[in-house]
Design a protein around this ligand. Structure first.
Ligand code: TYD
Length: 206
């Protein structure tokens, strides 16, 4: 591939997206593709410091401040990791990106969605994922999977996560070309097969 691909994995905590990301990375590498696996928040360097604050800081964090921390991480991540890799023809698989901010800080925390989209654009320089997978799951199951050791975000409560889930479904409705919803309660193998099918439409000769 001359120009690479930027694929993002989204969904509520405990939806199983990271497992699917790793499986897809393996499958792509086995076919000879050059794959970069990364995540937000906190891919490396500065991002790791920001992640530490976002997930573990135990003082007050205002919703606005939270947004800007995620965005600072994103701006660095896009400039230093994602864009250079895509320009070199690599396939970048990213665990969470702009849709997380719309779903969590917008729908979840109740901040203005159009402003968040504008701020996302500022942080990414307008770069959009070529393809996004949303792993949809009911809140009871996802919280059961997360278990009792919850980080700062995971402790936000059932109602918050219901809003996050609906937020993701709304995003998918608005951008059906880019965003594909998968049923995260299916077996790991079934979901993986479905991902591969969906990828065929994005990668020529895959
Ligand atoms: P992480 O441990 O990476 O969770 P997961 O394995 O579920 O991806 O923690 C990231 C947390 O940050 C997760 O609860 C979602 C949240 N988040 C936001 O609220 N907004 C954002 O923009 C991003 C990228 C993540």
């Amino acid at each position: 591939m001359e120009k690479g691909l930027f694929i993002t994995f989204e969904g509520a905590d405990g939806c199983g997206k990271t497992t699917q990301l790793i499986l897809l990375a393996k499958a792509l590498k086995a076919k000879g593709y050059d794959v970069v696996v990364t995540r937000e928040p906190g891919a490396k360097g500065l991002g790791e410091k920001i992640r530490e604050i976002l997930l573990n800081y135990d003082g007050d964090v205002s919703s606005q401040a939270e947004v800007f921390l995620f965005l600072a991480d994103r701006a660095q991540h896009i400039d230093v990791i994602v864009n250079p890799a895509v320009e070199k023809g690599k396939i970048v698989l990213c665990d969470r990106h702009t849709d997380s901010t719309v779903a969590y800080q917008g729908y979840g925390r109740g901040l203005d969605i159009s402003r968040i989209k504008m701020l996302n654009d500022l942080a990414t320089g307008g770069k959009k994922p070529d393809l996004t997978f949303v792993f949809d799951i009911d809140v009871e199951t996802s919280m059961e999977r997360v278990g009792s050791q919850k980080d700062r975000m995971e402790s936000a409560g059932m109602e918050f996560f219901n809003r996050v889930r609906n937020g993701y479904l709304e995003i998918a409705k608005q951008e059906p070309q880019r965003v594909k919803v998968l049923d995260a309660r299916k077996s790991i193998d079934d979901i993986h097969k479905q991902l591969l099918e969906l990828l065929k439409f994005s990668i020529n000769n895959f």
